[in-house]
Design a binder for this molecule. Sequence first.
Ligand code: ZN
Length: 438
Amino acid sequence: MTRRSHDDGSHLSRASMVARALAAAVLLMSGSVGAQETGAEDGRPLYLTDGRVVDVEDGQVRSGRTLVVRDGRIRRIAPAEEVGRPPDGARTVDLDGRYVLPGLVDAHTHLADLEAARRALESGVTTARVVGVAGYRDVALRRMVRDGVLPGPDLLAAGVFVTPDLGETVLADPRLGRYHGRDVRREEDLRRVVSVNADRGADWIKTRATKRAGLPEQDPRQQVYTESQLRAIVAEGREHGMSVAVHAHGDAGIRAAVRAGARSIEHGTYASDSTLSMMADRGTYLVPTVAVVEDLTLPGGDYSGAHLQTRGRHMLPRIRRTAARARELGVPLVVGVDTGYGPESVLRIGHEMEELVGAGLTELEALRAATSRAAEMLGIDDRTGRLEEGLEADLVVVDRNPLEDIRYVQDVLVVVSDGRLAVDRLPFAREETAETGR
Ligand SMILES: [Zn+2]
């Protein structure tokens, strides 16, 4: 049995507590905390007791709740006395009044390997949209999660990034080889790349309306595809049941993408008020990725270099303003971190949520942008994004109430993904509590 009570560490001497805390720190550094993969695959129900459940729709926090998880889904959320005692063989985790949130959704990642998936999961991300990685690695990773080989996060794959210069990505599929050294702009070529993605199992299409911010030789305001080229991409995607996410910084490119029927604009740095109003009217989502622009301004992280630091400094106030105006004008905002979750990455989903609160969102709105609103944009709100009986058991536990301070989501203590207890740092958190008093 693994029942844990909140006073686990209280009888220990100070020396042994320190020894255990050190061992915990070593575990954290070696990453093996996330290697736990217990809970669902052995068919045992999981009982999370004494949770404060945060409803991201109505903003209510309901305390003293037990969550029953079985076969990957939330079966029950109710007061302990209504649920009754866990059956023999159930795994029980006492949350001791901590806060339970829906698993977080990162709608803009470049997650492309097993370690990156682990890092994302450990930061509370139970669902991620992958918008541009090499060689359909996103499709392969998604499959492993669905097969139960990886504990998560669940992925939505965009396959090959539809862009004029496919570069090395032509290696991803023999049908793309013909585009080596060519500019992919003709409608029939754009449609072909989209249909190869569909055939390879992509869920979404990612394309661009403007150049990149992260390359010093490019100006992110410069438009690269016209409205009619973007329309061809959207139309082909629609034929295969795929929505289109469009990278766009400059206002003209954003407008073209919105008019062409993009479901989401990624970044949106220089969007004018009239473009944002058009997005609000049409229900086009904005994934502003503010935190990564700050990353441009700092050494290390996903992006560095003298030129990018200079550029980042003038982009950062712009993108922050855009996020704030988007909120005021009623554009639906969704959280995306725009990291590959690589070993150098310094960004996690909580940082972007903090940026959105800085842009004027309430804590509740920022939570929604990373849960229910994101799931709605991705078309998976019938599966995840809320804590509700019948939905996938994707949830995170944090120590304190994130409706009071959004930064509390940065320290994730428990992650359950598709019913599997993927991360459990509660034993270490309890030692901390025993030493400092909470
Ligand atoms: Zn990106």
